[in-house]
Ligand binder design. Structure first.
Ligand code: FAD
Length: 256
């Protein structure tokens, strides 16, 4: 599962209740997101530590490098280690709202492949993100795969995909990755729709397509309940097919 830090510290107990429920499902791991600008890095460490040390489940702390300086990276590594965290998902992150275009262009770490060796040296197991439907900034799918390859060559132990709704996109991506010599496990990202607005928002936000069958059914939904029922049904169908296809694990986004 993937969880994200609440905006307010007062909302932590609610998240911890949810985590207790998720524990009952015996997940292999629970990851916690990290703000693009690093503003909630303490919250990420706190939650990942809770997952690891209080719940006894492997946690993965996300870490974005768009706004990282060397000092901030080293202090975050220290915080993560002190919190008993062993695994990190190394990301670039998008430009933080409060960062100028110029500062973003001149950022210290241009790509996650520059922080992956540092994280590996510090003793973390490291994951990287990948995009079955290609990252929006990439000119084409081949180039996109080369950037994943670079992350693996610099030490990523496995990859976690962007969410998708069309399993064919995942299976063909994995095939192309294998042909390109990328041998690490590639964990599929899943996000079941839970309300009506997500049927249009999620594909737009994450730049992913809905397969025709799902898009047709989505058009018929008029209420949150209908959208949620469709989302759950599609999610089950997707997961069954992915598991039959031999995926290493399933990574569910729990947000909203
Ligand atoms: P990269 O690997 O740098 O880039 C992604 C793509 O951009 C590459 O595949 C490539 O196609 C292209 N690219 C990169 N560099 C170049 C270059 N020099 N020239 C040409 N093309 C290039 N964001 C958060 O803020 N916090 C999170 O916790 C978070 N968790 C995520 C978890 C997962 C599983 C995924 C898939 C994404 C997550 N994101 C998160 C979003 C992520 O930060 C954005 O998608 C970001 O735009 C790219 O990050 P990346 O690490 O994939 O970057």
């Amino acid at each position: 599962f993937e969880v994200f830090p609440p905006k307010k510290w007062e909302d932590f107990p609610g998240l911890y209740e949810t985590l207790d429920e998720l524990k009952g499902l015996h997940p292999e791991f629970i990851s916690c997101t990290y703000g693009a600008g690093g503003s909630n890095s303490k919250k990420t460490a706190e939650i990942a530590s809770h997952i690891e040390n209080e719940l006894g489940i492997r946690s993965i702390a996300h870490l974005t490098c768009a706004a990282l300086t060397e000092d901030k990276l080293l202090s975050t590594i220290e915080n993560f280690k002190n919190a008993g965290i062993h695994s990190v998902l190394a990301l670039r992150g998008d430009k933080p709202f409060d960062m100028s275009e110029e500062d973003f262009a001149n950022r210290q770490y241009k790509h996650p492949s520059e922080i992956i060796p540092i994280l590996k040296k510090a003793g973390f197991r490291v994951a990287a993100a990948c995009y079955p439907e290609k990252h929006e900034e990439s000119p084409n799918a081949e180039q996109d795969l080369l950037w994943l390859k670079r992350k693996v060559e610099t030490g990523a132990d496995y990859a976690v995909t962007q969410l998708f709704y069309d399993n064919n996109r995942y299976f063909s991506f994995v095939k192309r990755a294998r042909e390109a010599g990328i041998t690490v496990p590639i964990i599929p990202g899943i996000k079941p729709f839970s309300k009506l607005s997500q049927l249009t928002m999620v594909p737009k936000t994450f730049k992913v397509d809905l397969p025709d069958e799902l898009a047709r059914e989505a058009l018929k939904c008029k209420t949150d309940e209908e959208a949620r029922a469709l989302g759950t049904e599609w999610c089950i169908h997707q997961c069954r097919e992915l598991m039959a296809g031999g995926v290493p694990s399933l990574h569910f986004s729990t947000g909203g």
